[in-house]
Design a protein around this ligand. Structure first.
Ligand SMILES: [Zn+2]
Length: 51
């Protein structure tokens, strides 16, 4: 399984369970709070993958 954000393989069990790497998870959470213009569709796609 790969991280949907950076497309790198997820190594830890936690990351695999969450479906996202720890660094990208933080990034996505920040984006959710403050979605920058032009990246909104990207964020929505990522959120769908996580849920
Ligand atoms: Zn990632």
């Amino acid at each position: 399984m790969n991280c949907p954000v950076c497309n790198r393989p997820l190594k830890s069990k936690k990351s695999i369970e969450r479906g996202i790497g720890p660094v990208c998870e933080v990034k996505v959470k920040k984006l959710e709070n403050e979605p920058p213009k032009g990246q909104l569709s990207f964020v929505e796609e990522t959120v769908l993958v996580i849920k």
